[in-house]
Design a protein around this ligand. Sequence first.
Ligand code: BGP
Length: 479
Amino acid sequence: MLHEKHKPFPQDFLWGAASAAYQIEGAWNVDGKGKSNWDQFVRIPGKTFKGTTGDVAVDHYHRYKEDVALMAEMGMKTYRFSIAWTRIFPNGKGEVNQKGIDFYNQLIDELIKYNIEPIVTIYHWDLPQALQEEYGGWESRQIVEDFKNYSITLFQAFGDRVKYWVSLNEQNIFTRLGYQTALHPPGVKDDKLYYQVNHHASLANAAAIKAFRMYVPDGKIGPSFAYSPAYAATAKPEDVLAAENAEELTNHWWMDVYAWGEYPKATWNYLEREGIAPQIEEGDLALLKEGKPDFMGVNYYQTTTYEKNPLDGATLEANFNTTGKKGTMEDSGIPGLYKTVSNDNLERTNWDWNIDPQGLRIGLRRITNRYKLPVLISENGLGEYDQVEADGTIQDDYRIEYLHTHLVAIQDAITDGVAVIGYCVWSFTDLLSWLNGFQKRYGFVYVNQHEEGEHDLRRIKKKSFYWYKEVIESNGEKL
Ligand code: BGP
């Protein structure tokens, strides 16, 4: 299946970039915004790299016009951004804060002015702290109703102009880091609760999608899933089985529920035996089936390689590289099921993320074969140190190389028959990385923001900015 002749990118392909409210907006307590779980968490000493916060982030709240003008200059067709729940409902529910609605109206209108298709993410991790305090946030079924109401408020306010929506961003990541490894708020380690929280989030996702059909009947909606396709470390059957376990427990566990409203069998039975399967109430499974997405949103950064893990083997207690010191990431696993191992065939970034463009093609084909849904690549990008040269330029050839090879893989997948509707690079401007501060940069546009020292937040176009501009102009013919 090697082919010299690629199919072209579709004419209406959505070339874009993505961001999230907490990572760019700043203005954390401005214009009536309430406190989110992240506003709370970053104030606990030792939780983020050098104590960075999103209080200012890259000040997009005040500089959105400048940022959108840069997007227009680049020729971007789409921009994916998230809405801060606490700007709309400072306490998560109740009275709407009109100033929050106003801000996003202005941003959306500014994008439309330049023919940039807005893609709105409803939830990118910044939960209203009031809901966390009142009933534990995702820990309670009450979240389903509040999330649905919040979503409907957005559909009513913006659905006339916004036709592409992402429901939950990376449910698998915010729940794992929030409830298994305690790296994100609320900083809990409780496996049973983790699966219960996920069930609530899946219900909330389905409830929002079901409501969407009524409020934005001509729109499209789907979740964004952080998909890391599983590889087996060797052809030993026990390693292949470990990779199968991982594919089911780290991927199908969510995507099957999104696409089919069903939990995968082997994992369900395993969790039942362990006494940590979620409690399901009457009507839950029916609701899950009623909330089918129009596309699978995929955030792709890397593949993960697995081998057999004995019962007394590696656990999830492992160091996660948040410092940018290569080689500090440790392997982790679930005893009896699988354990991660480094893949010597792949290069890694300074944060120990594998670089694997072919893994994207493989993942896209797996999704297509299993779910028969179109895919929106809602995130893909390279987090690296960037250096401003003496002449003021940023020569990020490594980022161009990363994006180039991933786009070739996408075109391979399109040629294979995968329906890809768009590609959102993470990210447009540099922004705050949740745990890694400002030094781990992803943008086409450099922002002079740092953990320490001088930082006037000025924007500088990187070399990759000009490269992507040409890619878009040629609709992917000049990769
Ligand atoms: C995804 C998140 C993004 C972004 C990205 C890069 O998981 O959806 O919000 O942060 O990863 O991650 P990091 O900032 O850890 O490098």
